[in-house]
Design a protein around this ligand. Sequence first.
Ligand code: HEC
Length: 154
Amino acid sequence: MRWVAALVAAFAAAVSGADAPQFAGGAETFQANCAVCHRATGAGNPGLAPPVILDAPHFAETAEGRRQLAMTVLYGMYGEITVGERRYNFKMPEFSRFEDAQLADVLNYVVFDLGHAEARVAPLEAADFARERVHVVDGAAVRAHRTTVMAAKP
Ligand code: HEC
């Protein structure tokens, strides 16, 4: 039954090829640390955690939006926000213990693999996180900054 094994292998390769994330390391980090609240697809959990595939991919398009993404994972966020018509008011934990490169990778997975940001958008880099580590803020300030980023949206 070698042909069966070959067929199974070919099928598996085709499927994983189609599904292979662009940011594989980020996918692993996300599934291990973020999916519990944001779900594996990033679609969120009503009443608990917002989708990360609605506004977050657009944040990657502007300088202040990119700062917002970096601050959210470095310092967490709390206070009410509205994402896709739903309100959320729970605490996003901080992940400052992760290396800058790992934080860039997990957000690139969110922005590009889950959120399908356009190819013209530049991936986040470790330096984007290193820069935000210099100004320590709390989760309330991260939320306030989100409000200014949303207001500036074209
Ligand atoms: C304990 C649950 C929990 C975990 C774990 C968690 N988050 Fe969150 N996340 C939240 C909540 C809650 C919010 C919204 C906070 C608020 O209401 O101010 C949020 C907000 C966000 C946002 C902002 C979305 C927006 O539209 O502004 C991003 C991006 C995000 N999380 C990414 C991540 C990533 C990446 C991880 C893993 C490294 C992660 N989260 C882990 C609960 C969680």
